[in-house]
Design a protein around this ligand. Structure first.
Ligand code: 8OZ
Length: 360
């Protein structure tokens, strides 16, 4: 029987165990949206994870949607991330970067002067974002023209190459949580005509072109992708999630990606939204790479899921924030530190790099 604590090779990346640190937005980038020394220390402390998925990072200036999130498009950002990856590698860990375009979940104050958020649609989301002025409603977006899509795909490709230049072991394409790629996927948001709107094949086209471009640029064995079929964070569900995400996974299967990362239920919320069922195992059966599941896993559920072959890897979010040495605590069945929920977003070391390990 496979153990959560057994090593595994996912694509080209060899992991010491199957406990993954989920990507977690912490809004602590320094000037220029650079990952600073505190961020290097934060990830170094968590290098016991089999894999760290570093927080969602904007692929271009137009891809940002919240204050003080890191980017992966400038030389200074690459240099900042290099210190992070060196620290994690020196501590024996592996780390990939999550590539992010927020789409319409942004505010003009966070974007290049004179620009508005970009999406599949010109309809504003019923959502808030965090800016220098605090929480504000997101701005009304502009629908990307079809002739702008190749440039967008180039931004993903360049960001992936930048991540490799910064020393990451790979990247995770963020196609979850109702950001840009999911704004194309779902018929609840995408109101386009033409090659990127209408039926499932057209709505999935951007995701598949991004996955193809990134895989070609840095190797499929260094490329993962995250989905959240039942998350309603800033947009309603698709009218037929099983068909949509089933199609997506069928088309991703031949690319040879290192892994697929699937959030079950509502991201950060219930694993079983009332009245909404989704067959995640059906997706798993059609994907040949490593299968990573996430959302509210307890120690026992994680151990059982890996032992039963339902998942190859389990990603933990909040437990990794509070407990840097989470793998050791899970292995020895020891209690975790308490999470300081008021320190999740923004600020400094408090609630970021000051959680104790057992060794402390
Ligand atoms: C929390 C706050 C801001 C962004 C996601 C990147 O949900 C995020 C995010 C989470 O994927």
């Amino acid at each position: 029987m496979t153990s959560l604590f057994d090593p595994i090779k996912i694509g080209d990346i060899a992991l010491a165990n199957r406990v993954v640190m989920a990507p977690l937005t912490r809004n602590r980038a320094i000037a220029g949206n650079v990952a600073g020394p505190l961020t290097a220390e934060y990830y170094r402390q968590r290098a016991g994870a089999g894999l760290i998925i570093a927080e969602a990072s904007q692929i271009s200036p137009t891809a940002q949607g919240y204050l003080d999130t890191p980017g992966i498009h400038s030389p200074e950002q690459i240099a900042g991330w290099r210190k992070v990856t060196d620290a994690v590698h020196e501590a024996g860990g592996k780390i990939v970067l999550q590539l992010w375009h927020v789409g319409r979940i942004s505010h003009v104050s966070l974007l290049p002067a004179g620009t508005v958020p970009l999406s599949s649609t010109a309809r504003r989301a019923e959502a808030m974002t965090f800016t220098a002025e605090g929480f504000v409603p997101v701005s009304t977006p502009r629908a990307l023209r079809d002739d702008e899509i190749p440039g967008l795909i180039d931004d993903y490709r360049r960001a992936a190459c930048n991540a490799i230049a910064a020393g990451f072991d790979g990247v995770e394409i963020h196609a979850a949580n109702t950001y840009l790629i999911e704004q194309f996927l779902r018929d609840s948001v995408n109101d386009r005509n033409g090659p990127y709107g209408g039926g499932i094949a057209n709505r999935a086209r951007l995701l598949l072109e991004v996955a193809q471009a990134v895989s070609e640029a840095i190797g499929a064995g260094r490329t993962g992708l995250r989905l959240s079929p039942m998350t309603t964070f800033t947009a309603p569900l698709d009218s037929d999630p099983q068909a949509l995400y089933g199609y997506v996974v069928d088309r991703l299967a031949p690319l040879g990606l290192a892994y697929l990362h699937v959030i079950e239920g509502e991201t950060g919320g219930t694993r079983n939204p009332e009245g909404k069922t989704f067959d995640y195992d059906a997706l798993h059966r059609s994907f040949p790479g490593a299968w990573m599941l996430n959302n509210g896993y307890s120690r026992q559920l994680a151990i059982d899921s890996v032992a039963a072959g339902q998942a190859d890897l389990i990603a933990f979010g909040r437990p990794f924030i509070s407990t840097p040495d989470l793998v050791r605590r899970l292995r020895d069945d020891l209690p975790l530190n308490e999470l300081r929920a008021d320190k999740l977003y923004g600020g400094g070391a408090e609630g970021y790099t000051d959680y104790p390990t057992l060794a402390d």
